[in-house]
Design a protein around this ligand. Structure first.
Ligand SMILES: [Zn+2]
Ligand SMILES: [Zn+2]
Length: 91
């Protein structure tokens, strides 16, 4: 990161890919997410050299997304990565 400015938004095309891959349920609470509450989370934060790569992104509901950031993304790395690994085998 050259100048400390981080891009927070995920490009809409990538978001769409995540919606297609992850479906309609949150990958933390596994509840169905209402349309306006779908959020794409960086497993490794952009501020930690995380990328907009499909395997660094996961679908969460608004509540879980807030929780993950409140509790700290690191706590959830393993959980989210095991999900990513699982779906990569299926592809
Ligand atoms: Zn959730
Ligand atoms: Zn996030």
């Amino acid at each position: 990161m050259e100048n400390g400015t981080f891009r927070h938004g995920v490009p809409i095309a990538i978001k769409q890919d995540i919606y297609n891959r992850d479906g309609i349920d949150c990958k933390l609470c596994f509840n169905e997410i209402k349309e306006g509450d779908k959020q794409v989370h960086h497993i490794i934060p952009v501020s930690n050299q995380g990328t907009d790569d499909m395997n660094n992104l996961i679908l969460l509901c608004r509540q879980c997304h807030l929780l993950v950031h409140k509790e700290g993304c690191e706590k959830f790395y393993n959980k989210f990565y095991s999900y990513i690994q699982e779906i990569e085998y299926k592809i």
